[in-house]
Design a protein around this ligand. Structure first.
Ligand code: PLP
Length: 441
């Protein structure tokens, strides 16, 4: 270990007394001050090295320390760092990025609305969905259907759609007119009372539409694959059937691809292999690989026509269409394409997944789910019943012993490394997780 790069104790003390961290209990708990990154490698202020198997928070597609992105950001900033995108003002990078996203969209999308992140884009989608119905003479269509275990950020719109009670408790009242439905989680048959999960979910959706009234419902939102909810991949016919049912009742569909979008599962968007044709696609994270805080909402033509007519779409974010962010996003997409990172996500993901699936033999592992470089390892007290086992102890041990950073939700270990993960790095991740789980099994 090399000498500390900065006065770490002073920094940590200041952090402990000055910062509010998301999801951190206790004021004087440990802090890890990250100072450098390259590829999947990170270094903290003590000089300790880590392997980033989380992509920060399920992003970081092109890896840390990419000079190309620094150069593009510096070049754009030295020309025009930012100007408003409100009203008639615009800039070249945002125009080019919108076209690029429309080109790679899985189903026809006609317009793009830029935001500073995922939850803002979810909020914009919810507002556009309600406005669409309002302008078409159905203002009473206000209800939003969402799903338990879904995560859509923590703004009051996205947060209300998020289907995890911890994000609602103590923060209420949330946005009204939001109903959470059951997603298909085939590993948990107990949720469906013996019925096939997809049939159960479709029946519940039909009943909910009947109960609330189709003419009161604006939109449904869901992640194609539950991300923070545990990397839960639905049966192949679930989304197309949901889509069909919604369309029959004039209900719009927002597909939240903040995690799945832009390469993580080996496609630009999950909607493509999953055969979903949504009215909106929400994306963020992989859009800039974390080099700039940005999100984008892709909007289908029939909706875009309505929300842009009359006085246009009222409401924007200061940083919508940020010139530097859009320039960085364009270069980031170029890197993903140039370096074949969609294919790499599948190849390295399968390589890692093959090793991790062996963990299903352990008595504490319920199910290993992998698609591209999006992996969930669900722990269980008893894999036969799926009774949950807390996963919170695994990440600290894997980090302490092996210098590898992973995450977890209450009972699932989550792996989402940058798409530039090498085979040998994948082997290190598999070996570290295997070591810790095997010892404690
Ligand atoms: N939607 C999904 C599926 C996410 O995973 C996230 C963040 O993890 C969000 C929305 C919110 O994005 P942000 O944190 O950029 O607001």
């Amino acid at each position: 270990m090399t000498a500390p790069l900065v006065d770490v104790d002073a920094l940590v003390k200041s952090d402990q007394s000055r910062l509010i961290h998301p999801h951190l209990a206790g004021a004087d708990t440990e802090r890890i001050v990250m100072v450098e990154g390259s590829g999947c490698q990170l270094r903290d202020a003590h000089g300790r090295e880590y392997l980033d198997a989380t992509g920060g928070l399920m992003l970081g597609h092109v890896g840390h320390g990419r000079r190309e992105l620094v150069d593009v950001a510096a070049g754009q900033m030295s020309k025009l760092e930012y100007f408003s995108s409100f009203h008639e003002f615009t800039n070249e990078p945002s125009i080019k990025l919108a076209s690029r996203l429309i080109d790679i969209a899985p189903s026809p999308m006609e317009r793009v609305y830029f935001t500073s992140g995922g939850a803002e884009a979810v909020d914009a989608a919810l507002r556009m969905a309600r406005l669409y119905h309002h302008r078409r003479g159905e203002p009473e269509r206000t209800w939003v259907l969402a799903r338990n275990f879904g995560y859509h950020g923590v703004t009051y719109g996205g947060g209300a759609a998020t289907g995890m009670p911890m994000f609602h408790n103590g923060f209420g009242p949330m946005l009204p007119h939001v109903r959470h439905l059951t997603p298909p989680m085939p590993f948990h048959p107990e949720l469906y009372g013996g019925e096939d999960p997809t049939e159960f979910c479709l029946r519940e959706l039909r009943q909910t539409i009947e109960e609330i009234g189709a003419d009161q419902i604006a939109v449904m939102i869901g992640e194609p694959i539950l991300g923070a909810g545990g990397v839960v991949i639905p049966p192949h016919d679930y989304w197309p059937r949901v889509r069909e049912l919604l369309a029959a009742h004039g209900i719009l569909l927002i597909l939240d691809e903040v995690i799945t979008g832009l390469g993580r599962i080996g496609h630009w968007f999950a909607a493509e292999p999953m055969g979903i044709t949504p009215d909106f696609i929400v994306t963020a994270k992989g859009l800039t690989s974390g080099y700039f805080p940005m999100g984008a909402l892709l909007v289908a033509g029939h909706v875009a026509d309505v929300v842009t007519r009359d006085e246009g779409f009222i409401g924007g974010y200061t940083y919508s269409g940020h010139a530097t962010g859009c320039a960085v996003a364009l270069e980031n997409l170029d890197i993903i394409e140039r370096e074949n990172l969609l294919a790499a996500a599948v190849e390295i993901g399968d390589h890692l997944g093959d090793q991790l699936r062996r963990l299903e033999e352990l008595p504490i592992v319920g199910q290993v789910r992998q698609i591209g470089l999006m992996i969930g390892i669900e722990l269980a007290q008893d894999p036969a019943t799926g009774e949950p086992l807390s996963a919170g102890w695994v990440a600290p041990l894997v980090r302490e012993r092996h210098g590898i950073i992973i995450r977890n939700n209450p009972n699932t270990i989550l792996l989402s490394p940058p798409l530039v993960l090498s085979r040998s790095e994948a082997d290190q991740v598999a070996a570290a997780v295997t070591d810790v789980l095997t010892e404690y099994a």
